[in-house]
Design a protein around this ligand. Structure first.
Ligand code: PEP
Ligand code: MN
Length: 341
């Protein structure tokens, strides 16, 4: 659990908080997150009830993580929590656009989309070579051939590649072709895969499971960090709720809350969250305004003919328009860690 103190709280006020924590037999450690002093409370499986602290005069707000993953909630190192990939970066003050098809389908499709997103100003090319599909009868990806095509597209466009590993074998192949390993929503709690990715030299983009809490997302990031991989980016991609008007429900509220809890860069995938083209650009703009450090957007040269996720894919023209809007909007929104109110 993290207790954010009010700026300028008195030593007396702080020791009252420490007294309550220690009286409950939890331990307490003082951290700085952004410009805020925060008490990190640990011990036992579940945290003490936030009500015990919320009314103390020194307490601003309480973030009730059940267990506080020590590495994932570390304050940012000097210079901010930035994950660099060649000349590109995710993190504080940065805004990265990842774009490309859901799946690599053919050389022609990938070349067309890669060149168009590069020309529109994308920072990374995405494309699945290994596709975790709900049905075993759906297109499963071109696998190694898909990785080869992605590497060729990188050569022609200069864009680093973000692509998904679904198991240790695919991860090993990606290590020799790719730039960023994506761990998908369905594998967010595949702990064996997380441990293996944690030992990789490549950065990892970890997507939030569709039914995972923020605690669980941070604990999965802890698996990567605890194996030594310091380059972890978190991605909100929508969660399952009772709503049926969109494929998932984009939980934009997690962006500022996660940013208060972790120095890891947080990005948003509006495509999988919404599931239809109509919502992608508005949600991407909203993600930027909410403080996300980037977006991942699916783009296909001919969405109607896509082998997966065509309904939510922008065509190159739509993407170009969105990328321009995001670039124009970026300087107008503060992307430094939010003041926590
Ligand atoms: C993807 O990004 O291709 C994907 C499968 O997304 P998710 O894991 O969020 O469903
Ligand atoms: Mn997809």
């Amino acid at each position: 659990m993290l207790i954010f103190l009010k700026p300028g709280s008195t030593p007396n006020g702080k020791s009252r908080v420490v007294g309550v924590v220690q009286g409950l037999d939890y331990s307490v450690e003082s951290l700085t997150i952004g410009d805020r002093e925060v008490f990190k409370v640990s011990g036992y499986d579940s945290p003490p009830h936030p009500d015990l602290f919320e009314n103390l005069p020194a307490v601003d707000r309480v973030l009730p993580l059940s267990r506080t993953p020590p590495l994932a909630t570390r304050p940012a190192p000097p210079g901010g929590g930035i994950v660099r990939v060649g000349s590109r970066a995710f993190g504080d003050g940065e805004f990265a656009i990842i774009a490309g098809p859901c799946a690599v389908e053919s050389e022609g499709q990938l070349v067309e989309v890669a060149e168009s997103v590069a020309a529109a100003g994308a920072d990374f090319l995405r494309g699945g070579a290994f596709k975790p599909r709900t049905s075993p009868y759906d297109f499963q990806g071109l696998e190694k051939e898909g990785l080869r095509l992605l590497a060729r597209a990188r050569e022609t466009t200069g864009l680093p590649i973000v692509t998904e590993a679904v198991d240790a074998a695919s991860l090993e192949q990606i290590e020799s072709f790719g730039d960023v390993i994506q761990i998908g929503a369905r594998n967010m709690q595949n702990f064996a895969l997380l441990k293996r990715a944690g030992r990789s030299r490549l950065p990892v983009m970890l997507k939030r499971g569709m039914a995972a809490s923020m605690d669980e997302l941070l604990m999965s990031a802890e698996y990567l960090l605890s194996e030594g991989n310091e380059n972890v980016v978190l991605c909100e991609r929508g969660i399952r709720t009772f709503s049926t008007h969109s494929r998932y429900t984009l939980d934009l509220a997690i962006v500022p809350v996660l940013k208060a809890a972790t120095a890891l860069p947080v990005i948003v995938d509006p495509s999988h969250a919404c599931g239809s083209r109509v919502g992608v650009a508005p949600l991407a703009r909203a993600a930027l305004a909410a403080g996300a450090g980037g977006v991942m957007v699916e783009v296909h040269p001919n969405p109607m003919a896509a082998l997966s996720d065509g309904r939510q894919s922008l065509n190159p023209e739509e993407f170009k328009q969105l990328a321009g809007e995001l670039r124009a909007l970026a300087p107008m929104v503060a992307r430094k860690p939010e003041a926590v109110n």
